[in-house]
Design a protein around this ligand. Structure first.
Ligand code: AMP
Length: 403
């Protein structure tokens, strides 16, 4: 990924940088409940502003219907937080593709910032409409994509637009690509992935790609249940996918061919009901009673997984090992997260994690800051793990089209 142009290499003084950000922060009414996306984005933009860049910021926000005029999805409400994080006032363009927006972008002085209205209020955004992208392109001199989390979508602001202006990756995008490339494309070995979560069916492509690239995979969560079921284990009332037995066989065959060890739990935590504080017990992974469900990996499994990590030089994590939102079924996820964090903190392994649930689990374990890199991207992170080329990244190094 070294061939992607980086905005840090451009002369940005006096230039209008048309920056695709992901400022889709969680909110509760008019309150931003987690401003991490804004503060991380702003940290990368401040040096560019200091070098005399003029910023025109594009983002989506929520999932509005195109043309919605309720104001509910207006990005205007992000302005105070964005302004505080950038350390400069932020002007607002009520549309992203009109003469008024163009005038506002042309009026910007060095170090000034303009935030454009929610891209998804225009139907052309999600349909990757060339006309819409062309209107957006007039707002800038250089296009910067700083939204890795949106790079798996071929939308007007992530794909078409990149062909209409000189294009570059922004600081956050570069950080993300560098971290993921280190962990997946040329990992220090042994390299291990921890793949958990609810269903095998949602991560088939991830598992098939990873078994061919890494030395081992720790399988957890409902996904491990399906692997155990395929090995003949009774499932009681557990979450598992009976129709994925063949997929499991394919993944096992690929793993055997590539010399990738698959690690399944030897013991598990079961309960009769799925609720906080439910009475739970440890049993052999092949002994789930009819009226019980498997909700977490057991202590022996955890110790074995920790042992696998002891030797690892690269750890890649997506998905919890159990139903971690409901204690006591959070234990193996939290304790394995702490083990991985110890390795990262001591500089013994590169530990990269991603996906919404995974970030929540690492935060719960109090170790998100200790990981080498934590990606907040969900879909884009998974598609990267699948080995797919993301359209938003491909477009940055692709050929330019005439506007
Ligand atoms: P995913 O989105 O595929 O990463 O799945 C995450 C979800 O899987 C979380 O909500 C977990 O509670 C759930 N999960 C993990 N293990 C289990 C399990 N053994 N039984 C039920 N749900 C689980």
């Amino acid at each position: 990924m070294t061939d992607i142009p980086r905005i840090s290499d451009f002369d940005v003084a006096g230039k209008r940088l048309l920056v695709r950000a992901d400022l889709n922060v969680p909110t509760d009414g008019d309150t931003i409940t987690d401003a991490t996306r804004i503060t991380r984005f702003a940290a990368g933009m401040r040096p560019l502003l200091q070098r005399g860049a003029r910023l025109v910021i594009l983002t989506h926000f929520g999932r509005p219907t195109a043309g919605d005029t309720s104001g509910e999805f207006s990005v205007d409400m992000l302005r105070p937080a964005l302004s505080e994080a950038l350390g400069v006032p932020v002007a607002f363009a009520e549309t992203s593709n009109t003469a008024a927006a163009l005038r506002q972008s042309n009026d910007l002085q060095d170090g000034e910032v303009l935030l454009c209205e929610n891209l998804r209020l225009n139907a052309g955004e999600t349909s990757n409409d060339f006309g819409y992208a062309t209107a957006l392109a007039r707002l800038g001199d250089i296009y910067v994509n700083d939204a890795f989390s949106c790079a798996h979508r071929a939308h007007a602001s992530t794909e078409a637009l990149a062909h209409l202006l000189p294009a570059a990756a922004g600081p956050l995008m570069i950080e993300e690509i560098d971290a993921l490339s280190t962990a997946l494309d040329a990992p220090k070995r042994p390299s291990v992935a921890i793949i958990g979560g609810a269903k095998v069916s949602s991560k088939i492509a991830v598992l098939k790609n990873l078994v061919q690239k890494l030395d081992g995979i720790i399988i957890g969560g409902g996904m491990a249940n399906t692997f155990l079921f395929a090995n003949g284990a009774p499932m009681g009332t557990s979450l598992y996918e009976a129709d994925q037995v063949e997929t499991v066989a394919e993944i096992k065959a690929l793993a055997a061919k590539s010399g990738c060890a698959l690690h399944l739990p030897k013991d598990v935590i079961v309960a009769r009901e799925f609720r906080a504080g439910a009475r739970a017990r440890v049993i052999d992974a092949y002994a789930c009673p009819d009226d019980c469900m498997i909700l977490d990996a057991g202590p022996q499994a955890l110790a074995a997984f920790q042992n696998v990590l002891t030797d690892a030089e690269t750890v890649l994590w997506n998905g919890p090992l159990g139903a971690f939102e409901v204690p006591p079924f959070d234990q193996s996820t939290v304790l394995l997260a702490r083990s991985a964090a110890d390795l990262a903190r001591e500089g013994l392994a590169t530990c990269v994690a991603g996906g919404g649930d995974t970030v929540a689990a690492l935060n719960m374990a109090g170790v998100a800051d200790d990981f080498t890199y934590v990606s907040s991207a969900g879909g884009a992170f998974l598609e990267w793990l699948e080995g797919k080329t993301l359209p938003g990244i491909a477009a940055l190094s692709g050929p330019a089209k005439a506007a």
